[in-house]
Design a protein around this ligand. Sequence first.
Ligand code: ATP
Ligand code: MEV
Length: 573
Amino acid sequence: MASNGSTRRKTYDAPGTFKPRTSSHATQPPEHSPMDSMASLRLPQVSAKGVSTLNGSSASHRKHSSPMMPSFMVSAPGKVIVYGEHAVVHGKAAIAASISLRSYLLVSFLSKSHRTVTLRFPDVQLEHTWNLDELPWEAFSTPGKKKYYYDLVTSLDPSLLTAIQPHIDAVSPKVPEPMRKIHHRSALAFLYLFLSLSSQKSPPCIYTLRSTIPIGAGLGSSATIAVCLSAALLLQIRALSGPHQDQPPKECELQIERINRWAFVGEMCIHGNPSGVDNTVSSGGKAVLFQRKDYEKPSTVIPLPNFPELPLLLVNTRQSRSTATEVAKVATLKSAHPALLENILDAIGLVTESAYKLLTTPDFDPTSPISLKHLGDLITINHGLLVSLGVSHPKLERIRELIDHTGIGWTKLTGAGGGGCAITILKPQPTAMHSNGSDNGNGTGAGNNHRADSSSEDEDSSEEHDCSASIISTGTKLKHKILDNLEAKLENEGFEKFETTLAGDGVGVLWPAVLHNGNEEEGGEEIDQEKFLRAKGNEGIERLVGVASARKRKVEREVREGWKFWRPWERQP
Ligand SMILES: Nc1ncnc2c1ncn2[C@@H]1O[C@H](COP(=O)(O)OP(=O)(O)OP(=O)(O)O)[C@@H](O)[C@H]1O
Ligand SMILES: C[C@@](O)(CCO)CC(=O)[O-]
């Protein structure tokens, strides 16, 4: 998709209409920054060493002259295209939603004597330190080049890129080319944002990032990096207010949009020519309808706050693919069969439209099985149409086949196809396929197939026996059993499975980096670099700092709180 960088939520103020409430310097704080709101949020007092203490009861209250700020974290979600990929390239609408796989960025401060800024991105084995005084601040602050936090930047400035280049070349010079490229993209996104938003007087910092999102699988991992960096840097210069409970929806939207605009700049550094949809979904969360009819104009982005938080099974083929190649395949097919392709693309457009109509119906009930079936049927139809465009892959079809056999949900490829990921919207209750062999709702009769298949395979017949036992107890138990069996099969065939949730929160803030256990007297757990780096795999990261874990933990009566989100859809106007 072509981009002019101004993809934005329709409901947000148009670029340029935002009147900064402060003077024209980017480092001036707005009236109400998260730092100011620390007291009102009743966050723990933080000592000069960044160690949290009991709320107001400790002798070591944070001094105003404190040389070091407390560590803090930001987090941003990945995304999937739920309906309409490929057709969107041809002017139809598509729907993208956030997922609960997220990136987490910890910002920790060093004493002023250090004069350094460090990127620590262990997921890609990147670690680099720059001397703050050697960075090209001048290039970024000359009149005409200087950008402010409220500016809309829609293209990268070639002279600024030239000024940054030597500092990018210094990153990982001995690392093999493919990995060096990855390092350089991330480093460029960071340096461009850092030099645009910060100043030479910025405190020495370490930016440590870990992500639970597979890279290059169409889940928008690069956008999450850009959103995290944008949010962290804007927070550091006090250009964001909140998130706080009493924020009006308009103000929430403005904060999200500010993060989104700068995240788009980061995305341009990584991607060159992004559509802007990934960073929009990652910043705002939930889901959006987006469409670009005219490549000369910005795309239309309409938030879908009613998109239900559905459980989503995500399976990565681990098959690398190129978005450009898949998009080109469709274009070639379209030149060969213009009328046919137009019909297929129109049909995909109708799929998106049908979902949009349902989601925006005033009495839409996200908990109703009928609504869910409607959304699920559209997933199945959309996948069929994508297959006819030639953008599936044998591995994607194998995943769909394995999942269809279980009858647990509706499956389609997501994103460009040709590899990448498949998504499955799970049904609310398992089908009673073992007791009556009923259809699985996909119209494929997969419930029957499962029975037939498993009875013909030795190892599966024991599974079926277990499943039958489970169904007698609870449906949920059966579903877990089926999912466990499916996971084993998928893993055996080299696929990677994630259980996620659709349409959750966008960018979040943990300020300071302390998670609470619901008992204020215990002060909370400080997240430091060592703990963050030591967390093992996705599970370890989520257990330590996961924003989604709060809900699970509540079930276990072990509430941990601290993450805050701008949620315009929850606030009263
Ligand atoms: N966990 C991470 N740590 C550091 N850098 C990352 C991380 N994840 C993504 N990146 C940066 O983003 C780039 C990946 O962007 P790419 O577009 O290939 O993948 P994606 O954003 O996951 O996929 P898509 O754009 O198709 O949704 C990497 O080259 C790297 O620069
Ligand atoms: C295939 C496509 O529709 C989605 C890729 O994630 C391409 C695009 O929209 O740029």
